[in-house]
Design a protein around this ligand. Structure first.
Ligand code: NI
Length: 257
């Protein structure tokens, strides 16, 4: 009924009770989870998690803009080897983060471009992170899209220009539970505009718990709160949002039902 298209189950927050977390996800009628692994240790962990929950937890790998400064030829070789030896359903998260600026901006741009190229070469969806960097994100997507780009703008913050450019490029827009926060009017307005057939839902857990659990650890079962809010602002039954976003996720990430 629901798919959490962006979770970080390799974080230590889930070390002690992953079984319980997954049991609650199933109880909440989640059909699948895309687990995003961002470094070598996380990739190792993601591999064993995927083996433990076959057909339920899928893996995506990439280098986050925060870590762009660590990118070398070896990083790319490591990613390629992992993708050769393991089933991977997406590349990312990749992109630009001008809020924290943990890596130099030029390096972030270079690594974002490189991963967009790889995604097209490998025919994988690009999972794109963009924070306070809408203009450069638009430019880079336009320049690097050779016609075969597919992917998602994850944890979308509501910038109308970026939303428009992403839709024009054929990308999906994914919302997290920050859409439930009182001050997030701009995100809710975006969810109203973006057609259901281009909408995805995610948790980005352990971060960004929905308003009712704010400050606590987030987990995949709470993705239902994101779907509920989208249904509310669009004036649609929850089932419509559930069915459409699940279909979109299955199509984008190639998850067979
Ligand atoms: Ni994330």
């Amino acid at each position: 009924m629901f798919i959490d298209t962006h979770a970080h189950l390799t974080y230590p927050e889930f070390d002690l009770d992953l079984n319980g977390v997954i049991a609650r996800a199933k109880e909440a009628r989640l059909e699948a989870i895309v687990n995003i692994a961002l470094d070598e240790e996380a990739r190792r962990k993601a591999r064993s998690i995927a083996a433990e929950y076959p057909g339920y937890i899928f893996t995506a790998v990439g280098i986050h803009p925060h870590e762009a400064s660590t990118w070398t030829k070896q990083t790319e070789a490591d990613l390629r080897l992992f993708m050769k030896e393991n089933k991977v359903v997406g590349l990312g998260e990749m992109g630009l983060d001008y809020h924290y600026k943990l890596s130099p901006l030029e390096k972030q741009q270079e690594v974002f471009r490189r991963q967009l190229q790889m995604a097209q070469e490998l025919d994988l969806p690009a999972i794109i992170h963009s924070r306070e960097a809408a203009e450069d994100t638009i430019t880079i997507i336009r320049e690097e899209n050779k016609g075969g780009l597919k992917g998602v703008l994850h944890c979308f913050a509501g910038d109308p220009q970026l939303e428009q450019a992403a839709l024009e490029a054929g990308l999906y827009i994914s919302y997290t539970a920050n859409i439930t926060y009182p001050k997030a009017e701009i995100i809710r307005e975006s969810a109203v505009r973006v057609p259901l057939e281009r909408t995805l839902i995610e948790t980005d857990c352990p971060f960004l718990a929905p308003q009712v659990f704010r400050g606590q650890r987030n987990e995949p079962s709470y993705v239902v709160k994101v779907a509920e809010k989208i249904a509310e602002v669009k004036g649609l039954p929850l089932a419509d949002v559930a069915i459409a976003t699940t279909k979109n996720a299955r199509r984008l990430f190639g998850l067979l039902s």
